[in-house]
Design a protein around this ligand. Sequence first.
Ligand code: GLN
Length: 308
Amino acid sequence: MDLQLIADEIVSALEPRLGEGKVADYIPELARVDPKQFGIAITTVDGQTYKAGHADTAFSIQSISKVFMLTLALGKAGESIWKRVGREPSGSSFNSIVQLEHEHGIPRNPFINAGAIVVTDMVLAGHAPREAIGEYLRFMRYLADDETLSIDEKVAQSEQRTGYRNFALANFMRGFGNLQHPVEHTLGVYFHQCALALSCVQLSHAGLFLANRGTNPLSGFSVVSPKRARRINALMLMCGHYDGSGDFAYHVGLPGKSGVGGGILAVAPGKASIAVWSPGLNKVGNSALGSVALEMLATRTGWSVFGT
Ligand code: GLN
C-alpha cells in the first residue's frame, strides 16, 4: 500500500473544496486563521511518516488535548477517576450543560468540555496552575519526542477572556462538589492545554502510542499499558466527536478526537496514527474536510476497526 500516494491523492481531491465549513469564531484568536488550509500526516507503527498539504503548519489542538490530559490523569489517579466522570457518549454538543444537572455534576465522559474540565482538575491536584501547565507541556514533548512544542499564549488568553460557557460549566460542577480547585485555576490550565500548537506531523507522533499498544515506536518510550491504550481508544471511538461520534464511526470507523481548531487525531490500532487539519468546522464542531479526508483514508486503506 502506497501511503504517500494516498495522502497526495487526498490533498488533490480536497483542493477544490478548501474553505468549506465555518472556522470557530467564539474564540476570537481562532477566527483569524485562514480557512483555506488542509494538512495530513500518517505515522505508521514501524516509524515512517507520510505527509501532504499543510502538514507542517502548527494549529491549535484544542479538544484533542483532552486525550492527553486523560492519559495524564489516569497515570496519576488510575481507575478512581471514573468516580468523577462517566464513560458514555453524551449525544449533546461539546459545551452542553443540560445533562449536568440531572446527573449531579458528573459529566458523561472525559471528552465533552465538562468532563475534560474535571480531568484537568485531577491533573492539577497538588500543583499550582503554572506547574500543571508545565507538566502537561513536558508530557507532550515527551510523547512527540520533540522539545520545540509550545503553547500559543495568545490563544489561551483569548479563550480566558471569552470562555463564558466553560466558566458556567466549571462553576456548576464546583457547586456539586466535583471540582476541587478554584474555577479560575482549573480553567487557566484547561485553556492552556487547548492552546498547544502542533502540526499534523507532530500530532501524529504524539498520538502514536495509542496505535502501538501504549509505546511510541519512534522514541521507544513506554507511555501506558496495552490495556490502557485500548481503553482510551474505545473512549475516543464512542465519545471523541461529541454528538457527531456515531456519524464518524459510520463513515470512518476509527477512534478519533477532534478539536475546534480544525484538527482530528485518528488511531488505526496496530497500524498508524493519523492527524488531519482543516480549520472549517461542520455543524457539530468537527473539521469538515478533516472528516472527509479520514473517510477517504479509511476507505483506501481498509483500516476501519469494523472491517475492510
Ligand atoms: N477550548 C475549546 C472550548 O472549551 C475546546 C472545544 C473543542 O475543541 N471542541 O470551547
